[in-house]
Design a protein around this ligand. Structure first.
Ligand SMILES: [Mn+2]
Length: 269
C-alpha cells in the first residue's frame, strides 16, 4: 500500500506547486526584440503586424502585475476571450463547459476588479473606466460583480435584440446554480445577486419571448423597461436617447452592447 500511496502524495504536491503561478514582471516583455533587425526594434511599440497584438495597437499593461509595476491609465480596454457559456452549441461540450464556465466567470471577475481597482492617471476621476470586449455576453455578469464591488448597484443600459433576463428555469437551467448561468440568463442572476437597480432599460429588443407573458413579467421584476427595435421608427434616435437618459437619471450606469442588436446587414453571422 505504501508503494501505491507514495506516487499519489507526490502527485498532490506537484499539483499544489503547479497552482502557484508566478507571472513575469511586465518590464521583462519590453526586452523582447525582433530577430534580424539589428536587435533594435521593440515588439511592444514596433510594427503593427508583429509582436504583441493589442486593441488598436495601444500600449498595454499586464492585468495581474503589481500596481507599482504598471503605468497609470484612465481607460482600459480589457479583452475577455471567453465563449463557453453561449448556448446551442455541441450539447456534450455545453454540459462540460457549464462547470468550467462558472470558474472562468469568477476568474474574469477577479481580473476586472484588479484592472478597475488601480488609481487612474487623470485628476478628473480617481477610478479607471473599463471597456470589456468579449466573449459571449455572460462576461457582463463578471463585470457587474466587479462594478458592484466598487460602486454598489448600478442601472444597466442594455443594447440587445434579446432581453437576457430569462429565468434559468425557463432557459437552459440545470441541476445546480452555476449550470443556470448562460448568455440569456445573466441579467436575471445579476438582479438576484442585487447587482443592478430597478432603473435599468433595454434598447433594440426584437427577438421572440419563450413565455410571452411570463418573460415580460420577470423582465420587469428584474428592473427593466424596454425600447423595442421598431420604436425607433416611431420616436426616432433622439426619442430613444431621451428615454434612456430619463430612465437612468441620477444613478450610476453600466452600458452593455450585444452585437446582435445591430442590423444583420452590418454584423452578419
Ligand atoms: Mn445578449
Amino acid at each position: 500500500m505504501l508503494a501505491l500511496r507514495l506516487p499519489i502524495a507526490i502527485a498532490l504536491l506537484l499539483s499544489a506547486a503547479a497552482r502557484k503561478i508566478t507571472f513575469p514582471p511586465a518590464i521583462g516583455l519590453m526586452d523582447q526584440r525582433i530577430l534580424g533587425h539589428g536587435g533594435n526594434i521593440d515588439v511592444t511599440s514596433g510594427p503593427a503586424f508583429a509582436g504583441l497584438t493589442t486593441y488598436a495597437n495601444l500600449p498595454y499593461v499586464h492585468c495581474l502585475a503589481g500596481d507599482d509595476e504598471v503605468e497609470k491609465y484612465d481607460i482600459a480596454i480589457l479583452g475577455a476571450p471567453f465563449d463557453t457559456l453561449a448556448r446551442e452549441r455541441d450539447l456534450a461540450l455545453e454540459e462540460f463547459d457549464k462547470a468550467l464556465g462558472e470558474l472562468r466567470q469568477r476568474q474574469l471577475g477577479i481580473y476586472t476588479r484588479i484592472v478597475s481597482g488601480r488609481t487612474s492617471n487623470s485628476s478628473d476621476f480617481k477610478t479607471p473606466r473599463i471597456v470589456t470586449l468579449g466573449g459571449d455576453h455572460t462576461t457582463t455578469l463578471s463585470a457587474l460583480r466587479s462594478t458592484y464591488h466598487r460602486w454598489g448597484p448600478v442601472s444597466v443600459i442594455h443594447f440587445d435584440s434579446h432581453i437576457d433576463t430569462w429565468d434559468p428555469d425557463v432557459l437552459g437551467g440545470g441541476i445546480s446554480s452555476y449550470a443556470g448561468v448562460n448568455h440569456g440568463t445573466f441579467l436575471h442572476i445579476a438582479h438576484e445577486e442585487g447587482l443592478i437597480r430597478n432603473t435599468s432599460i433595454h434598447a433594440g429588443i426584437r427577438a421572440p419571448m419563450v413565455r410571452p407573458k411570463g418573460d415580460m413579467r420577470n423582465d420587469i421584476r428584474c428592473g427593466f423597461q424596454m425600447i423595442k427595435a421598431r420604436d425607433i421608427d416611431r420616436i426616432g434616435i433622439n426619442g430613444v436617447i431621451d428615454r434612456l437618459k430619463e430612465r437612468v437619471a441620477g444613478s450610476r450606469v453600466y452600458i452593455s452592447v450585444d452585437i446582435d442588436v445591430l442590423d444583420p446587414a452590418y454584423a452578419p453571422g
